[in-house]
Design a protein around this ligand. Structure first.
Ligand code: GDP
Length: 364
C-alpha cells in the first residue's frame, strides 16, 4: 500500500518526504527539483508495539510499515501534458491514497509558482488537473459503453447512466470521491481507477511561528473548511521543523519538540493518518523471538491475516488464539490472560480487529 505525496512545486513536498524517509532527495528553491518519483518505506509509530516489546523482551521488534512516494512536478496544465504532466498523473494512478501538501506559510525567499500564497487556489489547481484526467478516462469509457448500450441490455444502460452522472459532477469540479454513489455504482466506478476517487489527506505546511502559536492560522482554517466539504482530513505540520527533527538523536529531539510545545513529531500524525486513510489496521504477534506489528485491511478474516505471515499459515489454518491489546494490558501477561479466560479461540470466520494479539494454530 502506497501513499503518493503531491502538491504544486515549492510547497514543501521534498522537505516533508526527506523528513519522512531521510532518503536525502535534493531540496532546492526552484520548481522541478525532484524529478524522479522517490519511494520511501517508514515505520508506523505505534506506542502499543513498544509496550508489548517491554512485556515480552523479545530478540527482535518489527513495526508495521507504509510506503510514501514523492510525486513531484504536478503543475497547472499537467493533464494537457505540460510540465512533466502525464508521467506524473500515471504515478498518481499507481498509489492507493494521496497526501496533498499545501503551502500555508509565507516566506519571501521561497518562490510561489503562482506569485502568492493561496492554498485554496493551489488545491483547486491540482484537483482540476486530476479532474481533467478523469474526464478523459470517463469520456473514453462512455464512448465504449454507449455502443454496447445500443443493444438495450440493462447492464450497459445502468452503467451508462452512472457514468453520465459522474461526468456531470466532475464537470462541476467535484472530485469523484465527493459524489454520492450506491455500493453497486461504486463497483462500476472502481473499475475506472479514477484519480479523484482516491482518498486524500491534506497536509498544511505552516511556518515555525504558526507552529509555536498552536499550529493553526487563517490559511489552515480555509483548507479545513474546503476539506470538510469533500470529507477529507487536514493535518498541519511545519515541514522545515520536521526535517530538523528527523536529523536529531532522541534527547535533542525531545528538547526541540518541547520548545515547539509538541509531544511527538507531526510526521507521526501524517503517517498514522495515512495508514487510516488506506483503511489499514494492525494486529500483533508477540513471543520471545519477535514482537511484530502486521498490517491488514479492515475486515480481513483470521486465515487471511495468518496468510500475511506465511502462506502456509493460511493454507493450514486451524484457529487463532486472540487476546485484545487492552485485555492483555489489564492482565499484565499472556499467561495471566489465559488463566482469566481472556484468550479467545476464533475460527476461520473471525474478523480480526485492530490491536488483536494473535497466536495462529495451523497444520503443516
Ligand atoms: P517541493 O518543490 O514541493 O518539493 O518543495 P521543497 O520541499 O523543495 O521546498 C521548497 C522550498 O521551500 C525550500 O527552499 C524549502 O526549504 C522551503 N520550505 C519547505 N518547507 C518550509 C517551511 O515549513 N517553512 C519555510 N519557511 N520554508 C519551507
Amino acid at each position: 500500500m502506497e501513499i503518493g505525496i503531491v502538491g504544486l512545486p515549492n510547497v514543501g513536498k521534498s522537505t516533508l518526504f526527506n523528513a519522512i524517509t531521510k532518503a536525502g532527495a535534493e531540496c532546492a528553491n526552484y520548481p522541478f527539483c525532484t524529478i524522479e518519483p522517490n519511494v520511501g518505506v517508514v515505520a508506523v509509530p505505534d506506542g502499543r508495539l513498544d509496550v508489548l516489546a517491554k512485556l515480552e523482551n523479545p530478540q527482535k521488534v518489527t513495526p508495521a510499515t507504509i510506503r510514501f512516494v514523492d510525486i513531484a512536478g504536478l503543475v497547472r496544465g499537467a493533464s494537457r501534458g505540460e510540465g512533466l504532466g502525464n508521467k506524473f498523473l500515471s504515478h498518481i494512478r499507481e498509489v492507493d491514497a494521496i497526501a496533498h501538501v499545501v503551502r500555508c506559510f509565507e516566506d519571501p525567499n521561497v518562490v510561489h509558482v503562482d506569485g502568492s500564497v493561496d492554498p485554496i487556489r493551489d488545491i483547486e489547481t491540482i484537483n482540476l488537473e486530476l479532474i481533467f484526467a478523469d474526464l478523459e478516462t470517463l469520456g473514453r469509457r462512455i464512448e465504449r459503453v454507449s455502443k454496447q448500450a445500443k443493444s438495450g441490455e440493462k447492464q450497459y444502460l445502468e452503467e451508462l447512466s452512472v457514468l453520465e452522472r459522474l461526468k456531470e459532477s466532475l464537470e462541476k469540479n467535484l472530485p469523484a470521491r465527493a459524489v454520492d454513489l450506491t455500493e453497486e455504482e461504486q463497483k462500476i466506478v472502481r473499475q475506472l481507477c479514477l484519480l479523484t476517487s482516491k482518498p486524500v489527506l491534506y497536509v498544511a505546511n505552516i511556518s515555525e511561528d504558526d507552529l509555536i502559536a498552536g499550529g493553526e492560522n487563517e490559511l489552515v482554517k480555509r483548507v479545513k473548511e474546503y476539506a470538510e466539504k469533500e470529507g477529507s482530513q487536514v493535518i498541519s505540520i511545519c515541514a522545515r521543523v520536521e526535517a530538523e527533527l528527523s536529523d536529531l538523536a532522541d534527547p535533542e529531539k525531545v528538547e526541540l519538540l518541547s520548545a515547539y510545545g509538541l509531544d511527538e513529531p507531526g510526521l507521526n500524525r501524517v503517517i498514522r493518518a495515512g495508514y487510516r486513510l488506506l483503511g489499514l489496521i494492525t494486529f500483533f504477534t508477540a513471543g520471545p523471538k519477535e514482537v511484530r506489528a502486521w498490517t491488514i485491511r479492515e475486515g480481513t478474516k483470521a486465515p487471511q491475516a495468518a496468510g500475511r505471515i506465511h502462506s502456509d499459515f493460511e493454507r493450514g489454518f486451524i484457529r487463532a488464539e486472540v487476546i485484545s491489546y487492552d485485555d492483555l494490558m489489564a492482565c499484565g501477561s499472556q499467561q495471566a490472560a489465559k488463566e482469566r479466560g481472556l484468550v479467545r479461540l476464533e475460527g476461520k470466520d473471525y474478523v480480526v480487529r485492530d490491536g488483536d494479539v494473535i497466536l495462529f494454530r495451523f497444520n503443516v
